[in-house]
Design a binder for this molecule. Structure first.
Ligand SMILES: C[S@@+](CC[C@H](N)C(=O)[O-])C[C@H]1O[C@@H](n2cnc3c(N)ncnc32)[C@H](O)[C@@H]1O
Length: 186
């Protein structure tokens, strides 16, 4: 069963995405280094903060964004936030079960999502995400971690799914515990 947020949490997130969290969403979207023509999968799109910035950039170059989330309420939120963009589609459910074509994305973005997922599901999630990328495609992730071992575990799973490490580093995100940013290449 997906966690469905109470309406208050939704309002707070929507407010955050339009105000104080926006610079951090922008910072994440900047590292994706989008030219505009890419196909991007935003995993765990939530209220649509990073997704709306990605969609705006992709609109300029005929790129395309797919938003995936497990929660109906967050998905409704993202749909509302992105309603003015035509270059976006939305998938609700488990990435391993969704009818999304393999080898079809240039970039996967994951912003503060994996910590919400039980560790026993990580192998399936990481291999499904890797399968959606084209060869040479890049996966960028920002996640709060308890220690570096947790980041190592995530990277090892992506490696097992046939990806290589590009970099991992600590980043400062206000109100978040230790946060790492990583990039993996297929
Ligand atoms: C903390 S929010 C982050 C939302 C967005 N990425 C952002 O930075 O604003 C985490 C999101 O991940 C979603 N999520 C949790 N488990 C998921 C899963 N197994 N598959 C897809 N999305 C999931 C939640 O529903 C929620 O929308």
């Amino acid at each position: 069963m997906a966690y469905e947020p109470p309406q208050l949490e939704v309002y707070i997130n929507q407010f955050a995405a339009k105000t104080f969290a926006k610079p951090y969403h922008r910072e994440f979207v900047n590292i994706l280094n989008l030219k505009g023509h890419e196909r991007v999968l935003d995993y765990g799109s939530g209220a649509g903060g990073p997704a709306s910035l990605i969609a705006k950039t992709l609109k300029k170059g005929n790129g395309f964004l797919t938003c995936v989330d497990i929660s109906q309420r967050w998905m409704d939120c993202a749909k509302k936030m992105l309603s003015k963009y035509e270059n976006v589609d939305f998938y609700l459910g488990h990435i391993a079960k969704l009818d999304i074509k393999d080898n079809s994305y240039d970039i996967v973005g994951i912003h503060f999502v994996i910590h919400d997922i039980p560790a026993e599901s990580w192998p399936e999630v990481t291999s499904s995400l890797a399968s959606k990328l084209k060869t040479g495609g890049l996966l960028y992730m920002r996640e709060p971690v308890s220690d570096i071992q947790q980041a190592e575990n995530m990277m090892s799973l992506f490696e097992r799914a046939g990806m290589q490490r590009v970099y991992v580093k600590d980043v400062k995100v206000p109100l978040s515990s230790r946060t790492i940013e990583m990039c993996m290449k297929k």
